[in-house]
Design a protein around this ligand. Structure first.
Ligand code: XMP
Length: 318
């Protein structure tokens, strides 16, 4: 019978057999799959696993610093690359959701390729692909292959895409990945994290993206997510986040008329993201969260809650 321990034992042995003394590069995202894949490989080949964690500037507030510190604490050979500026420049002036996704995908590939070139004689690319990604030709978390083709079809594939592929999780499901992660001693908080889209806050800032909008949304999102955790609601929700709307609304602050941004909060229940129901969060929680956001986040004067389910609404607004 399948157990996390037997899986770890046999996978580590198989990885050692397959990879030998070769160097392997892996992109960490802060998510469950890439983290568990990294820890498994690290157990098998130690410092020959080179991890790269890219800050695209569109992560949650303080996420890059705190997750990088966590990775280092786990003993991983990890390089944090702050490419925020590079991503922001590529996104400047773009407001179409697919154009934003493409810019982010292409920039990620360029940054990752630059970093992979710094590792002499790397032979393998490791990925946190899990079984559902394998069986669905297009995974929920949107594989980058379409983007890669459109960007690199003239000059050919980026070099790291030509490496041999190793995918230690490709035969198991998400819940099994979490159990394997637990057996490997990975922090339960990291293993229980909500899914977060690759393009990050870029697809939760409707319209064009600026550093100031990212900052506003990071503040709002942090108040919402920390509030869910503080009130024991985080683990009851499959995914949650905030959306910065491209409209201003009139408000009043003291004797002053304000004309500021509107944010929407979204929390859904789901099993795989294919369908989703909006979560009936307690009114008291919503009231407290709304007050805190409006009082603390400069530039926001109105908060709304998204009560749409999927289908027909999608989880993200873009
Ligand atoms: P939708 O909005 O399609 O989202 O209902 C379903 C799930 O997919 C995530 N999502 C993405 N993940 N790149 C990703 O890695 C993307 O471009 C992307 N778009 C949506 C979304 O967060 C949800 O979990």
């Amino acid at each position: 019978t399948w157990t996390p321990d037997s899986f770890v034992e046999s996978t580590v042995a198989a990885l050692q057999e397959k990879v030998g003394n070769d160097k392997v590069v892996l992109g960490l995202s802060g998510g469950v799959d890439s983290t568990v894949a990294a820890v498994l490989l690290h157990k098998a080949i130690g410092k020959n696993l080179y991890c790269i964690f890219v800050n695209n500037g569109l992560l949650r507030k303080n996420e890059f610093e705190s997750v990088l510190a966590q990775y280092e604490g786990m003993g991983l050979n990890v390089k944090g690359v702050d490419a925020s500026q590079r991503f922001l420049e590529k996104l400047a002036g773009l407001s179409d959701p697919e154009a934003k996704r493409k810019a982010i995908g292409n920039t990620f590939i360029d940054v990752f390729d630059d970093e992979a070139h710094q590792i002499t004689d790397v032979k393998w690319l490791a990925q946190g692909t899990i079984y559902p990604d394998v069986i669905e030709s297009v995974s929920v978390n949107g594989g980058p292959s379409a983007t890669i083709k459109s960007h690199h079809n003239v000059g050919g594939l980026p070099d790291f895409m030509k490496l041999k592929i190793v995918e230690p999780l490709r035969m198991i499901f998400k819940d099994e990945v979490r159990r394997v992660g637990a057996t490997l001693g990975i922090d339960p908080e990291l293993l229980g994290r909500h899914p977060f889209p690759g393009p990050g806050l870029a697809i939760r800032i409707l319209g064009d993206i600026t550093a100031e909008k990212v900052r506003i949304l990071q503040e709002v999102d942090a108040i919402f997510i920390n509030g869910l955790k503080a009130d024991g609601l985080y683990d009851k929700v499959w995914q949650a986040g905030a959306i910065l709307l491209p409209v201003n609304s009139v408000g009043v602050m003291g004797d002053e008329r304000t004309y500021e941004k509107v944010v929407a909060l979204r929390a859904v229940e789901s099993t795989d993201g294919m369908t989703a129901d909006w979560v009936d969060l307690p009114y008291q929680f919503l009231q407290k969260t709304s007050n805190t956001i409006i009082n603390q986040v400069k530039g926001v004067n109105r908060v709304v809650y998204d009560i749409s389910s999927k289908p027909p609404a999608t989880i993200e607004w873009e």
